[in-house]
Design a protein around this ligand. Structure first.
Ligand code: SF4
Length: 675
């Protein structure tokens, strides 16, 4: 709309998966969401219809699963406004998560750019069996590389072990590669990719891909001597890989199942498991569901009563319909499982979990990919762990985090000790996939007569105003808004959960800006000093006060600032409320780009220890902007309250074009100018 185009310049789709609150079950929850979010869905549907964009209705599924089933293909390239877009790497596609601003640019016809990535090779040997699942590969890799280890890199999986994994298993691994900060992850095209494309109705793509198969995977000499070609090489023997459980509070705290029980006890994590949740965009394939259902069936057959609550989130209507037809949902129901809507639900904080507001210390386990504090239910004391759907199901049956299904027994209702047998499942449905209504709306051939309306009184939707261009001088007299301590993800900067309701209304959603960040000076969240009044207040309110007085501010942060979701609001909100710069030890890639797109200054300390020099009452100048140039550091002067000063060197990664975004006030401003 803002770019003045009639049609999106590249094939594009919109997916409604983040706004459906999980409460009692799919049918009721979806009906409620359709009612509550009607205004937003109508807007998205009409915009899609008008501008040539495919629209996947609420309940159709989660974006990455829908993309894998319908759009992903080997050798293609795609960007998506969600950090788990790399899911499509399971089918050999270069699929990269970006911010909304990046996607808008591409849809408006601008090229997309990326700093040339490093290459990390993961050689998989052997073959999985028993309790081990594809999820365990990425849980293990996350433990090795940590949440930062993949930053600026494409992770390529190869080897005999890679070829033995199902296409959807590969998708799981690539999906969760977002948790190691990877730009994307990818597998080469192989027989498993072909089989999945065939069963999802894309035999024509298989025929084309088979003709050029040698170009859709790495070269032989690369795989023969990987150490020569990759910047880093990891080798994992799938035959020896144990199931893993990662967490709590971070996805890279990796525990082989044999060591997990001891870790639970030593760390004092609540051993009683309250809820097991399977599904999500990363783990709701036919293979996942059928293997988890084999355990649910055993529970019923062996007279075991599941001790934890248990939920299933299918990734798409096609998967839901198929696994329902094949009896798996019925099996879960017998175990006490509740099927949630085909949507993100608890994975994005859209979970009306009863009692979460009491903030009781408790444990949950999911087959999702993220487990940051508060993400699932808003309770900072919920210890969330991540594992394969099989392990989640087994632990939910046991109701105990210290249960190891490979070695331990459970007591059934007859008082007998029974063991769970290894899970069994099928990679692909023997009867093929089926669906009655996939939930897709094709766009109008000619959208010129389609009207898109936004009510000026809406509290959910607000058309964007342009941000002001740079004033052409150095930024002086900025106040410190917050010095964030430790992990500060995009969830901390722009919380999800109930706030997602306001995603279409920048002013309203800005009331969540940085409310999850911990203030270095008092170890509290959402409590910062207002330098104008000396009072302590909430971060958004304090920033609005500075804005009202025409005073710019700066946010200071720690390592990997902005990791997590690709949420562009985490950049738009500070920009909208008048923050001028974010100065950190290091950035997560997508967030740094998002800041640049919004015309913000994203800067890093040349000496990370300078973070310690920032004081609560500092007034800060940023110098060198009048000669802002690629590779040329800027200077920051800290004017401390006592009159002393410190001068710091700060770095940036802006190229020529990105400096123009800063000067214009945002990348969108430049598009509008037709440049
Ligand atoms: S919120 Fe969760 S389920 Fe939804 S796309 Fe993101 S990671 Fe996937």
């Amino acid at each position: 709309m803002q770019a003045g185009k009639n049609q999106a310049a590249v094939p594009s789709t919109v997916h409604c998966d983040h706004l459906i609150q999980a409460e009692v079950g799919a049918v009721t929850d979806l009906a409620k969401a359709n009612d509550k979010n009607k205004e937003v869905y109508d807007f998205l549907s009409s915009v899609s219809n008008k501008y040539g964009i495919g629209f996947w209705k609420p309940g159709a599924g989660i974006i990455h699963q829908v993309v894998l089933e319908n759009y992903a293909f080997p050798g293609g390239m795609m960007i998506g406004t969600d950090s788990h877009t790399p899911n499509a790497g399971g089918l050999g596609m270069v699929a990269i998560g970006v911010g909304g601003a990046d996607a808008c640019d591409v849809m408006a016809g601008l090229p997309w750019e990326l700093k040339f990535p490093k290459l990390i090779g993961v050689k998989l040997t052997g073959k999985m069996s028993g309790w081990t699942a594809a999820k365990d590969v990425i849980l293990k890799v996350a433990g090795i590389l940590t949440v930062k280890g993949g930053t600026g890199a494409i992770v390529e999986y190869f080897g005999d072990g890679a070829r033995s994994l199902s296409a959807t298993g590969k998708g799981t691994i690539c999906n969760m590669g977002a948790e190691i900060g990877a730009t994307t992850s990818i597998f080469g095209y192989d027989e498993k990719s072909a089989a999945y494309l065939e069963v999802t109705g894309r035999a024509d793509i298989v025929a084309l891909a088979n003709d050029i198969a040698t170009h859709l995977t790495g070269d032989e000499e690369v795989y023969a001597n990987p150490e020569k070609y990759f910047d880093q090489l990891i080798e994992i023997n799938l035959s020896e890989l144990e199931p893993h459980v990662n967490g709590p509070f971070t996805p890279d705290l990796a525990w082989p199942i044999s060591k997990f029980a001891a870790a639970v006890k030593e760390n004092g994590w609540p051993a009683k498991l309250e809820v097991g949740l399977i599904g999500s965009c990363t783990n709701s394939s036919y293979e996942d569901i059928s293997r988890a259902a084999s355990l649910a069936k055993q529970a019923v057959d062996k007279n075991l009563v599941a001790k934890s609550e248990f939920t299933i989130t299918p990734g798409s209507e096609q998967v839901r319909f198929t696994v329902d037809r094949d009896g798996f949902l019925d099996t879960f129901g017998k175990m006490g499982g509740v099927v949630l809507a085909n949507a993100c639900g608890p994975c994005i904080g859209q979970w009306a979990r009863h009692g979460a507001d009491k903030q009781v210390k408790n444990s949950i386990i999911t087959s999702f990919n993220r487990n940051f504090a508060k993400r699932a239910d808003g309770n900072p004391n919920t210890h969330a762990f991540v594992a394969s759907p099989e392990i989640v199901t087994a632990l939910a049956i046991a109701g105990d985090l210290t249960f190891n299904p490979m070695t331990d027994t459970l007591t059934n209702t007859d008082g007998q000790q029974v063991m769970l047998d290894e899970p069994r499942g099928l990679e692909l449905p023997p009867l093929g996939f089926a669906v009655e209504d996939a939930g897709y709306q094709a766009p109008a051939e000619d959208g010129s007569s389609v009207t898109v309306s936004v009510s000026p009184t809406s509290d959910r939707l607000q058309l964007l105003d342009s941000f002001k261009p740079w004033e052409g001088v150095d930024l002086k007299g900025l106040k410190l808004l917050i010095k964030a301590k430790g992990k500060c993800t995009t969830d901390h900067i722009s919380m999800a959960g109930p706030w997602l309701r306001y995603r279409g209304h920048l002013d309203n959603i800005s009331n969540n800006m940085l409310i999850g960040a911990v203030n270095e000076f008092n170890d509290q969240t959402n409590k910062v000093k207002n330098q104008l009044t000396g009072e302590f207040g909430e971060v958004p309110a304090t920033q609005r006060d500075y804005k009202a007085h025409g005073i710019g501010t700066i946010v200071v942060g720690d390592e990997n600032y902005g990791e997590g979701s690709s949420r562009e609001h985490a950049a738009m909100e500070p920009r909208f409320l008048g923050v001028r710069a974010i100065l950190v030890k290091s950035f997560a890639r997508i967030h740094e780009t998002n800041l640049k797109k919004q015309g913000m200054l994203g800067l890093t300390f040349d000496n990370p220890a300078d973070y310690d020099l920032i004081q609560e009452d500092d007034m800060i100048d940023i110098l060198g902007l009048t000669s802002f140039a690629p590779g040329k550091p800027l200077q920051v002067i800290l004017n401390h309250a006592g009159g002393s000063t410190d001068t710091l060197i700060v770095n940036h990664t802006y190229n020529e074009g990105q400096i123009e975004w800063f000067k214009a006030g945002s990348a969108l401003n430049l598009i509008k100018e037709g440049l």
